[in-house]
Design a protein. Structure first.
Length: 214
């Protein structure tokens, strides 16, 4: 079970810069947030600390309770950390759709901020180091944030992102050719290289996608 934030940690997150997510605090306080996945230490001097996407969501959660008319959504995170839907997960109840959409938008904005802060040229048009080490999650987040629907566990009505033997690429499957091309366009727009291929044995079409480096 994830330990709740301390009062000091909540104050630290709430006081983060609203635009950049930059944090101020003691080294021990900042290190504690890093260990919880709520902050990261910038690799370049002066090595400031910034909120991660999970940290931004934690601050939004502290801002106030949900609106009364908003139906409560079932948990879609693990340990408080956002989990992108790669396809094949159980379907969300209808009441969870709006809340999930907000969560995805927040996660994508946090990812763009992470790109800006960690890419050497501060660009947001190509994946950052975190995305290169979490390929399936990163590609799935880009797709879901653009409005594509992940496949449910009992159907083939959405995209599925799967690891491949290649260490720097994932395979994306979709229910038809048009949906597959749409996924490829979305990934290209999010900074990925994407090309359609055919599986030799099954003849099934898929998109092979890898993070663009330049």
């Amino acid at each position: 079970m994830t330990r709740p934030l301390t009062a000091a940690q909540r104050r630290l997150i709430e006081a983060a810069d609203p635009g950049t997510g930059r944090l101020k605090g003691t080294e021990a306080q900042l290190t504690a947030l890093v260990k919880r996945g709520l902050a990261f230490r910038h690799p370049r001097p002066p090595h400031d600390h910034f909120l991660t996407p999970a940290g931004h969501r934690a601050r939004e959660a502290q801002a106030g309770p949900p609106e009364p008319e908003e139906p409560q959504t079932p948990p879609s995170t693990a340990g408080g950390v956002f989990t992108a839907r790669v396809g094949g997960e159980p379907a969300l109840p209808a009441a969870g759709g709006a809340a999930r959409a907000r969560e995805v938008r927040s996660a994508w904005q946090g990812m763009l901020e992470l790109r800006r802060m960690t890419n050497a040229d501060a660009s947001t048009d190509r994946p950052c180091a975190w995305e290169r080490t979490h390929l399936a999650q990163a590609a799935a987040l880009a797709l879901e944030a653009a409005g594509h629907r992940p496949a449910e566990s009992d159907g083939e009505d959405g995209y599925r992102v799967r690891e491949t033997p290649q260490p720097d690429a994932v395979a994306v499957y979709a229910p038809d050719a048009a949906a597959l091309r749409a996924c490829a366009r979305t990934l290209e727009g999010a900074g990925w290289q994407a090309g359609e291929h055919t599986e030799p044995r099954t003849r099934r079409r898929y998109v092979l996608a890898s993070p663009r480096r330049v």
